[in-house]
Structures are given as structure tokens and as C-alpha cells.
Write a protein that binds this ligand. Structure first.
Ligand SMILES: Nc1nc2c(ncn2[C@@H]2O[C@H](COP(=O)(O)OP(=O)(O)OP(=O)(O)O)[C@@H](O)[C@H]2O)c(=O)[nH]1
Length: 301
């Protein structure tokens, strides 16, 4: 039995009133014939009515929307498009009530040759949570420094790039001397404070292109792009002095630290991030064997 126009309208009204999404009804010319705001309470539908839908967007987005509509009419398959909406980029959407930046997960479906539905859901919150989760997964919660997982990803990428472009690069492995003594003498909170103060000082000290991460308990790694062996030893000396000069207030005491540092530099195209890190660790071990507050570089570099 053929569906009467009023039955269809009733069903469309019932369905769109139950949806959280914005639903925009378009004709084949791409003009807005009806708008349902869903959960978007900010949206004043009248502003959009009778307008050519794609013209409501900035030129870079409108071309994609036109293509989305064309593909939906041609294929009869739902066409997806992710649209980043900023009220500053569209006077029309601002007039329609948009005040905050949104990320719309959109679908266009052709109902028949003359009608389409454009359906949009804001996923900005989900995107923000996803970004926060990624940030958390890369950071050490105590100090806020990058963690070992983030470090290894960056080291592998950076070493591959250095080899491809014939650049040089170096690693420093830094370890706080007798850190467990701070914990046992002043308590774990004092140890925590030392780690936080050292990271803070290193973040202020390092160059923008350097990458600094907490590797394990009281050990850290600094990646130095475009830095040869001699320059790495100079950087290590500056780190050593920075640590030596730190004065860390904790309750009624001022805590002092020193560090040992092992340095290693990319040698040839066979060298990997793991190899360089291993050599920096071996050099750190030699420095530690010789005492505290020391630096060890590569003997044959
Ligand atoms: N306060 C605090 N202590 C930690 C944390 N993570 C690890 N530790 C402690 O750090 C200490 C590291 O000990 P070691 O690796 O022997 O280091 P060290 O005492 O500096 O010894 P050397 O490296 O030989 O000078 C251990 O006692 C761990 O329990 C942390 O997040 N906070």
C-alpha cells in the first residue's frame, strides 16, 4: 500500500523527535526544507530554512558537503563526513545559535531522488576525552614527564629520521645519585618532591626540540637531535651542574642532589634507538662505578 504524505510526515516527526542528533531535511537542490534540533537546544531552525545547505559553511567545508550530498544521491548509501565547526567560521551557524566549537559526525542519506536527510552528532566531548586518554597514557603521573612508552616511540621515529637525512643525534641517560637514601632518610614524599623538582628544572632547561622522559624510578632520558658527541657532553655537563645547584625545599629541610650521566651518539646506519640507549646505559654504569656527580661519554667517538 502506498504511503500517504501525512503518514510519512507523522513517522518522520516521531522519529526525529526521538533522536539526539540534528536532522536537516534537504531537497535535491540542497536547500533546507525542515530542521530538527535533537539535543542541540541552542539551535534556532528558522535561520537555516530555505537556505542552500552547503552555503551555510565556510568554502573549504561546503565543497565537502556538496560532494557528500552528490554521492548520497548517486549511490543511495549513507555518506559520512567529519566536520569541525567553529562559530567564528560561519556567521549563519552563529546566528542559528552555535556558540561553542563542535566536531560533527555527519551522515547524509538520500530518501529518494528529491529528498535527503543530513544527520549530525556532536562528538567534541568524546574527542576531548580521547585526547586526554592519549595524554595520560604518555605521561608519568607523579612528575608529568613523558613516560618510557612515549620515549621509545619518539626515539625510534627520531633515529630513523636522523639516519634517513644523515643527521646526528645523541642520548643522555641520567640517574639521581643515592636516591633511595632520600626516601629512607626523609620519607617517600621527600623522594617524590625531588623527582618533581628535577623534572620541573629539566623542562625549563631543555631546548624545545629536545625530548625528556622519566625512564624508570630515578632514571631519565634526554634525546638531543642534531647533537654530536662533543655537544652532548657539553649538554650533559650543563645537566650535571643544574642538578648540583638545585635546592629543593621539603618541609623544614632543603634537599640537594647530584646525578650521573651516560652519553651516547648515533654512529652509523646500522645503529638503532635500542643500541644507542644501551650504550648510554653502559656509560651511565661506568660513571656510577666511578662515584657520583659524574659524566661518561663514548670512548671511541
Ligand atoms: N619517592 C619515590 N621513590 C621511588 C619512586 N619510584 C621508585 N622509587 C625508589 O627509588 C629508589 C631507586 O633506587 P636505586 O635504583 O637503588 O637508586 P639509588 O638509590 O639512586 O642508587 P644509585 O643509583 O646506585 O645511586 C628505590 O628505592 C625505589 O623504591 C617514586 O615515584 N617516588
Amino acid at each position: 500500500m502506498a504511503d500517504s504524505g501525512s503518514n510519512y510526515q507523522q513517522r518522520f516527526d516521531a522519529l526525529s523527535s526521538a533522536l539526539e542528533q540534528i536532522v536537516v531535511h534537504l531537497n535535491a537542490a540542497g536547500e533546507v526544507t525542515d530542521v530538527r534540533a535533537g539535543d542541540a537546544q541552542w539551535l534556532h531552525p528558522d535561520v537555516l530554512l530555505t537556505r542552500t545547505f552547503s552555503s551555510l559553511f565556510s568554502s573549504d567545508i561546503s565543497a565537502h558537503i556538496d560532494a557528500q550530498i552528490e554521492s548520497a544521491l548517486a549511490s543511495r548509501e549513507p555518506q559520512k563526513l567529519l566536520v569541525s565547526m567553529n562559530p567564528e567560521h560561519s556567521l549563519d551557524w552563529r546566528e542559528a545559535g552555535l556558540t561553542d566549537a563542535q566536531v560533527w559526525d555527519t551522515r547524509v542519506v538520500a530518501v529518494n531522488d528529491d529528498e535527503l536527510l543530513w544527520i549530525a552528532r556532536d562528538i567534541a566531548d568524546a574527542k576531548r576525552s580521547e585526547q586526554k586518554a592519549i595524554t595520560l597514557a604518555q605521561r608519568d603521573p607523579l612528575t608529568g614527564a613523558y613516560n618510557r612508552r612515549a620515549l621509545m616511540t619518539i626515539l625510534k621515529q627520531s633515529v630513523a629520521q636522523a639516519k634517513r637525512y644523515d643527521w646526528v643525534c645523541s642520548f643522555l641517560k641520567i640517574d639521581i645519585d643515592h636516591f633511595s637514601d632520600i626516601n629512607s632518610t626523609h620519607g617517600l614524599d621527600a623522594g617524590d618532591r625531588v623527582l618533581q623538582a628535577f623534572v620541573q628544572a629539566m623542562q625549563n632547561f631543555k631546548r624545545t626540540a629536545d625530548f625528556f622522559a622519566r625512564f624508570s624510578d630515578d632514571a631519565f632520558v634526554m634525546f638531543l637531535p642534531e647533537t654530536n658527541h662533543d655537544q652532548a657532553l657539553l649538554a650533559a655537563e650543563r645537566v650535571r651542574r643544574l642538578a648540583e645547584n638545585l635546592e629543593i625545599d621539603f618541609e623544614d629541610v632543603t634537599l640537594k642532589i647530584t646525578v650521573c650521566i651516560g652519553s651516547a651518539t648515533l654512529q652509523d646506519t646500522e645503529d638503532s634507538a635500542e643500541d644507542i640507549l644501551k650504550r648510554a646505559e653502559e656509560n651511565l654504569f661506568i660513571a656510577k662505578q666511578s662515584g657520583s656527580n659524574r659524566i661518561e661519554g663514548e670512548s671511541d667517538a
